[in-house]
Design a binder for this molecule. Sequence first.
Ligand code: B4P
Length: 198
Amino acid sequence: MGMPGSGKGTQAERTAATYQIPHISTGDIFRSLAQSKSPIGLEAQTYMDKGNLVPDGLVNKILWDRLGEKDTVKGFVLDGYPRTLSQAEALEVYLQSKGVPLDAALYLAVGKQELRKRLEKRLHSPSVSPDFPERGESHSSRVDDQSEVVERRLKVSESEVEALLHFYQGLGIVSIVDGEKEPDIVFAKIQESLQFHS
Ligand code: B4P
């Protein structure tokens, strides 16, 4: 969990590679569906391009389909999902029905000034970031990284992220990680937290 640009994708990718489990990013799934011009992808794009969240019903459907695939049997890293309290509640019901509770929920804490700086940098960066080559395409063409849209995304996310944090604190599985540090330091903290929760 974390605000837009907090490094969810960056760290989820490393975590998935280290533990050899799939990295499931709802943002990446929507961008790829939009690129292939699928109706769900094109619908999701209309929300993303304005900096709004994609409606819960649409996101949940995509997520259940993905979690139903065979490669998730040994575990998975969710990136950008859940994004709302209602998604978190739906996920709990789904996972309970499958008998697989979440081990940990990680919250990447980053201040707004740093978030704006990172998203601005991504907008103007070459298509593969020299700082984070493991992320491959650095989304420099993302319409939702334009500054007016970034402000909308930050506003939309703020209360949702807070509600999610309280929800997972209630379940006793949350760790707050300082996401402003260098990516390697952030990742080391994530590994420590995962060991604590396992
Ligand atoms: P996402 O694809 O999840 O992307 P994000 O929030 O912009 O970025 P993230 O936190 O992953 O940051 P990143 O690692 O890229 O969402 C995009 C849109 O999809 C949403 O606005 C919404 O419309 C829709 N959506 C997705 N899931 C949804 C859901 N569940 N429900 C409804 N709608 C949904 O890092 C950002 C930049 O910072 C990168 O350039 C990176 O290189 C850099 N960076 C990362 N870590 C750093 C560090 N430690 N120091 C310095 N820079 C760092």
